[in-house]
Design a protein around this ligand. Sequence first.
Ligand SMILES: NC(=O)c1ccc[n+]([C@@H]2O[C@H](COP(=O)([O-])OP(=O)(O)OC[C@H]3O[C@@H](n4cnc5c(N)ncnc54)[C@H](O)[C@@H]3O)[C@@H](O)[C@H]2O)c1
Length: 332
Amino acid sequence: MKIIDISIKDYPYKVYIDRSLLLNIDNYIDVNRQIVIITDDFIPKIYLNTIKDKMNNPLIFEVPQGETSKSMEIVYSIIDEMIKSEITRKCLIIALGGGVIGDLAGFIASIYMRGVDFIQIPTTLLSQIDSSIGGKVGINATNMKNAIGSFYHPQMVLIDPNTLKTLSVREYNNGVAEMIKYGMIADKSLFNDLLQTNISENIEYYIEKCINIKKHLVLKDLFDKGERQLLNFGHTIGHAIEKYSNYNLLHGESISIGMALMSKNYKHYDLLIKILQKHSLPFEYEYNKEKIFNYIKTDKKASKEMINIILVKEIGKSFIEPIKITEIKKYL
Ligand SMILES: NC(=O)c1ccc[n+]([C@@H]2O[C@H](COP(=O)([O-])OP(=O)(O)OC[C@H]3O[C@@H](n4cnc5c(N)ncnc54)[C@H](O)[C@@H]3O)[C@@H](O)[C@H]2O)c1
């Protein structure tokens, strides 16, 4: 088993990575307390059944899979049911699923009766290496992703890499895209491993490596005002492309294209394309530049005039550059 301490002042928590974790859930949490499990209807039932069988009649919500479940309607319907079921402030909310479920359940935990305990059990590669760490929780509104949300940390994160066995190849590679990003911004050896070896054989090691990179940046900048923004490499253009594709492109696929566009003028461009191709990730897309630019202007991270972009000067070394928002056009 691997244990990572996320030593955030006042809200420290641990990440456990272990292949028999779901089977032994009662070793990690008090299964006799009031428990609410939030999951989605596409995740293989075996995971829900494995943990719920160890618990004392948990309240279970299975929301429709996909981004549309990060909505106020779903939040309200779950909270309404929790109140009717007499769920108290002492409850524990468990997020069992990918980033959608982590963001949704974490947001509900942050507002229900002014905040209740919650733990993350991420079941996609993307959520295991990225979204379950760092405390960002939230939902979408009025066509804006993560428009409503807060910073709210879980009590613990429980990662069972066995859950990745049922993930589709496309969803797996979606997570690999974020691994490539970590390599690009902070870790050349990770990048080289992703290029040269089969990481799935030793996935625990790579999950731990990625979490440590994110942890390092999050601890320096809890509220995403400084160095944590390095994690956004490829994301400004990527988010715009994701929206432009009407979410037909997955998040990791969109940021792959974003990373490629931000690297056009650098020596490492060819190597980046090679690694993306190796993992069946896209690096280009037909789009209308003006529309993409308009989406970027409405990015949460943009001000009216300026935006911070992330550039990689050589693999493993990145920096933040504030530019006039119109200058982003030269990357499109
Ligand atoms: N909070 C953060 O810091 C943060 C960071 C990155 C992304 N996000 C958010 O994460 C979300 C994307 O997360 P995601 O990529 O995990 O998507 P997701 O949660 O939609 O999961 C992808 C698909 O995989 C299925 N699935 C989940 N686990 C499975 C398993 N073990 N086997 C088979 N199928 C499984 C789900 O049902 C879904 O259909 C977005 O909403 C994004 O905004 C949040």
